[in-house]
Ligand binder design. Sequence first.
Ligand code: TRH
Length: 377
Amino acid sequence: MKPTWDIFCTVVDNYGDIGVTWRLARQLAHEHDLHVRLWVDDLSAFVRLCPEADSQALQQWQQGVHVLHWGSPWIEVEPGAVVIGAFGCSLPEAYVEALRMPVEPVLWLNLEYLSAEAWVDGCHGLMSPQAGGLRRWFFFPGFTERTGGLLREGSLLARRAAFVADPLVRQRFLESLGVRPGADARLISLFAYENPQLGAWFDAMAAGAQPCHVLVSEGRILADLRTWLGEPELTVGDTRQRGALTVQVLPFVSQDDYDRLLWCCEFNAVRGEDSFVRAQWAGGLLLWHIYVQEENAHWEKLEAFLQRYCQGLAAEAGAALSQLWRAWNMDQDMAQAWQAVQPHWRTLSEHAERWRAEHAVRPDLATALVQFYRNWL
Ligand code: TRH
């Protein structure tokens, strides 16, 4: 019988919590031959990422993962060999009680948010004593060898390479979304929170010499797009042109299709955690809209990543990219920042490829978790 691993996910807001845990659950089941139970408190968020799922089912199997509604009252179960609480979520009391008297010892992990900050190296793998003699370990994703690494399926980069090598496959995929970019247009994806700089950025693209076709994923940024276009009714499927800029609103697609979308684009504007990592694996230029934290704690995270990312990059190109990211996240002039990036486009593309290659040789997060468990036994 396969060993069982439990992953608990509370959907706080947005799609990052479920995005990360669903991806991790699938990889553990497929590549490490585990019976993975993914406990989710809000299945409606899950259905957005996995459209074939049933938002009403108490339990279901999706892509090899046992997905269960984490509702109330709690269905009592025997804990798995490993339990992962994602992003500090509190496990059901009865489950924790069962951890105190397991048939076999259980490894209890807390999967943390991704950060490029230096302190993460020192906190990854630390143990924290819990009430009743229990112990829980912190597991940090990250960008260095002293962290748990990044989520990356074993076949991801080969699948991407095969996809980009076949222009017909790319074209068919884009057509399935109703996207037909002009031959000389730069294809750009945009997934973002509300952002007051959208108008300045889009003005710059509209006035530029280079045709751009921006694919905007439906969601929180749409209100700003409506304002910029002056069209309150704008909805999924709509396409508009302003000068050199074509804007098209895309539906929210499955996680696998979202990867394909990133692979199709030269420039990906992403947000949060999971799409941010996927854009790094996609390998094109990227712009990160970081999740806002109290007292602007997220700015430090942004700078920590930029510092790592810009290593080995020509100083001027690094400065232009950093300023673009700051402008997007700190409400500074995106028009100017966008123009400043243009002369460095090629350098930045090549750098993105190098960054991907550098990180692709590190152990991925799911493999690191399995290794952590083996070492713990
Ligand atoms: O949705 P997010 O903003 O999630 C955030 C962050 O994780 C943040 O750190 C966390 O604190 C907060 O949630 C609660 O962005 P993220 O992390 O990129 O998650 C989005 C997920 O949605 C990701 O798995 C990609 C997926 N996705 C699709 O599957 N289809 C789509 O069309 C799009 C646009 C995204």
